[in-house]
Design a protein around this ligand. Structure first.
Ligand SMILES: Cc1ncc(C[n+]2csc(CCOP(=O)(O)OP(=O)(O)O)c2C)c(N)n1
Ligand SMILES: [Mg+2]
Length: 380
């Protein structure tokens, strides 16, 4: 049997694995800066301004509040089904803070927090989960790809973009690609990892290991003891990070992005986290999720520990918290109003964006689709 041990990642060092094939052992580095209680490993604290730290915290709180509002709207039949991000805010927000607007954000569907930090309007979530394609775009979002529902497919897009950057000699930017633990069992994921490594392209894979792929537990998904070790096969740096620690997720992504921009190729980051709510609104986790597991992870909440850290630093207090909560509530209500006032839904908008230019085959399909819609409405 292969046995591995996780060692705390050396500050500033490149994550490297140690492999002893004769002994069949290996070591993967692990990174945690803020523990579950919000205690800081001061040696590893990233050099972030109070403004950035507050922005990170505010965005995580906002994402959770948006999740909560979306869930209520869905239960009232005012919005379609959507995936929740509660519990996983740090896993996308930390990496998003490490990115510049020139970097590409290639996501799956559980990175609401990271998308909000990237500047996506709150309304976008309401739009996209109600069938408006427009919810995938926003001013300044040219390098933020639409959400990918097809598990793992976005990893190929990410590597393709990174390859194009390499060919063009673009050295001041890189790609961050978000995937789930379940995606690591898809062929697309492995093809992407392989070509990222063969071509040494500037891409950072951020895997949110939330322990579940819908109702399939992580241990039935893969026999590997960590997901980070999958990087070894592709000879790329791989690191396991506390995915509920926004500082560690920021730091690991920042170091990986620095290497990517310096031409040092791809990195794989496993963020160990947990989905505190249902997979999507059409799922009932109480049918498969052990209640003691959920309870244990509720005690590792990324928001609670970050708030304690800000308070201990003396840059956050109850008054600021109360004011922020009022502001956030108002921002979300404004977004709901703007969304519900929209009446110009065009069912064939997706056809506009397949190639970005008019293609006869796509236009034929659009006509066929509209024809069927008309027939359906006449039948009704
Ligand atoms: C190629 C493909 N197969 C199956 C599905 C159905 N599906 C939607 S989400 C999901 C689980 C994904 O798990 P994971 O990658 O761990 O991401 P998480 O949902 O936990 O964030 C599956 C199987 C899909 N969307 N795409
Ligand atoms: Mg998962």
């Amino acid at each position: 049997m292969i046995v591995n041990t996780c060692e705390q990642h050396a500050a500033g060092g490149k994550p490297a694995y140690e492999l002893d094939l004769r002994e069949r052992t290996f070591k993967i580095s692990h990174l945690q800066i803020l523990d579950e209680k919000g205690n800081l490993d001061a040696e590893r604290e990233p050099n972030l301004s109070a403004e950035d730290l507050i922005k990170l915290y505010r965005t995580m709180v906002l994402a959770r509040a948006v999740d909560d509002r979306l869930l209520k709207l869905q239960r009232q039949g005012r919005i379609g089904t959507f995936p929740l991000c509660t519990g996983q805010e740090a896993a996308s927000c930390g990496p998003a803070l490490a990115m510049t607007p020139k970097d590409w954000f290639v996501g799956s569907f559980r990175e609401l927090a990271g998308r909000l930090l990237r500047g996506e309007p709150i309304e976008n979530g309401f739009l996209v989960f109600n069938g408006y394609e427009e919810g995938n775009t926003f001013p300044g979002g040219e390098r933020t790809l639409p959400i990918s529902i097809i598990i793992g497919a976005q990893a190929l897009h990410a590597v393709g973009i990174a390859y194009a950057m390499k060919i063009r000699g673009e050295t001041d930017s890189a790609v961050v690609c978000f995937v789930g633990d379940g995606a690591t069992s898809q062929g697309d994921f492995h093809e992407a990892m392989n070509f990222a490594s063969v071509w040494q392209v500037p891409v950072v894979f951020v895997c949110a290991n939330n322990q579940w792929a819908i109702s399939l537990p992580r241990e039935k998904q893969t026999h590997s003891q960590t997901l980070a070790q999958k990087a070894i096969a592709y000879d790329m740096p791989g690191i396991q990070v506390d995915g509920n620690d926004a500082l560690a997720m920021y730091q690991a992504t920042k170091e990986a992005l620095d290497r990517a921009r310096a031409g040092e190729g791809p990195t794989f980051i496993e963020g160990v986290t947990y989905r505190l709510m249902m997979h999507t609104t059409s799922d009932d986790p109480s049918r498969y999720q052990p209640p003691e597991q959920l309870e244990a992870w509720q005690g590792r909440d990324p928001l609670v520990r970050f708030k304690s850290y800000l308070e201990a630093k003396g840059i956050w207090n109850d008054k600021q918290q109360a004011a922020m909560e009022v502001e956030i509530k108002q921002e979300i209500e404004d977004a709901v109003k703007a969304f519900e006032a929209k009446t110009d839904f065009k069912p064939d908008t997706p056809f506009d964006h397949v190639f970005g230019t008019e293609v006869p085959k796509i236009e034929e399909q659009r006509a066929e689709f509209l024809h069927h819609l008309r027939e359906e409405s006449t039948d009704a």
